[in-house]
Design a protein around this ligand. Structure first.
Ligand code: BGC
Length: 353
């Protein structure tokens, strides 16, 4: 196994950022920068044994830091997804966050606020583990940051295991009651990034239910069955087969939280995706109770190597707690109190068929 560190670039305020290259025993490779914990490249073998980079991204730090970055490959926090009105209450105290969703056009906080975890500098600790090369990232989110209470000590560990899985472990502790929902926002294209849209990918999601939302993409609170809807992915279906049902805003494609059948907090299969041409299959395992399927509905930009990424150029499977959980007592709780340890694991495992 190999772990290499190289200088990646300076942030706007002059902080040097490094890129870590992890290569496992099979030659699969991931590159991660300590800005936002962004997975910049992920090379896995296709059915002919040739490596393909299956994540969308940019070539430069300036682009990841810039206003056009749609959360490519980053760690999302302190609260992934939306909080209605950017507001929640703990022990009778109401906290107001920034409403940054859709550039302020929707009255929600999205993905942690204006400067969420995707835009902070993490301390990086490379590690050689028996499972494969790993990178541990640490960040202390201070009390009041983006409006959230409590100093939140966050550790995210990426391991590129020798069975070609990218394992992501999230651990956090706080010194005041707060809410936490961490995920990774990688956009996958299992034919290779920049190779067109993902509408022919076959997707299976182990979810009988989903959380319906209103026009601001905020859950109504209902847990509804997927049966008889275009959200029924219990058997593998092409992503593009029924996507037109959501062609209109606010969706423009899939942008839905699925209620995973596994609600035990133990690791279980959540989803499986297959690309027909490359033969690359990705299985997603998680301890989380939900997953957001987002199909890059608003993409319209130039990514790595100047390649054009248009609508549906990639899909995200953001394992998570449900959107707006702090305002829905019937959803699994996202509250973290002092003395407790937040711990979640998600594994993106790659194979071929
Ligand atoms: C959300 C989308 C949002 C996108 C931004 C996704 O996680 O579900 O609504 O547009 O992130 O990149």
């Amino acid at each position: 196994m190999v772990i290499e560190k190289s200088f990646y670039g300076f942030t706007k305020d002059g902080t040097p950022i490094d890129q870590y290259t992890l290569v496992n025993a099979n030659g699969a490779m991931v590159k991660i920068i300590n800005y936002g914990g962004i997975v910049t490249e992920l090379w896995v073998p296709d059915k002919n044994g040739l490596l393909r980079d299956v994540v969308l991204g940019f070539d430069t730090l300036a682009e990841f830091e810039g206003p056009n970055d749609p959360y490519f490959g980053c760690i999302v926090g302190r609260y992934a997804n939306r909080i209605a009105q950017g507001r929640f209450t703990i022990d009778g105290v109401t906290y107001q966050l920034a409403c940054n969703d859709a550039g302020g056009a929707r009255p929600n906080m999205l993905h942690g606020g204006v400067k969420g975890f995707q835009d902070v500098v993490w301390k990086a600790i490379p590690m050689k583990t028996p499972e494969g090369p790993a990178l541990r990232l640490k960040y202390l989110s201070h009390d009041g940051e983006e409006g959230f209470p409590g100093n939140l000590d966050v550790t995210v560990t990426y391991t590129l295991t020798n069975d070609n899985a990218l394992k992501i472990e999230y651990v956090a502790t706080t010194d005041k009651p707060t809410v936490v929902n961490l995920t990774n926002h990688a956009y996958f294209n299992l034919e290779g990034e920049g190779s067109g849209d993902i509408l022919n990918h076959e997707l299976m999601i182990v979810a009988d239910n989903y959380t319906p939302v209103d026009n601001n993409l905020i859950p109504t609170g209902e847990i509804a069955p997927v049966a008889g809807t275009p959200l029924d992915f219990r058997e593998p279906r092409k992503i593009g087969e029924r996507i037109q049902a959501f062609a209109e805003p606010p969706f423009k494609g899939y942008d839905h939280n699925f209620v995973l059948n596994n609600q035990t907090g133990e690791l279980a299969l959540a989803a499986r995706v297959k690309a027909p041409e490359s033969g690359i299959v990705m299985e997603v395992y998680t301890t989380q109770p939900g997953v957001q399927l987002y199909t890059g509905n608003w993409l319209d930009l130039k990514g790595k190597g100047g390649k054009y990424y248009g609508q549906y150029a990639g899909f995200c499977l953001e394992t998570q707690h449900y959107p707006d959980s702090p305002n829905h007592p019937n959803f699994p709780s996202t509250l973290l109190s002092p003395g407790e340890v937040y711990r979640q694991v998600t594994i993106y495992k790659f194979l071929t068929e």
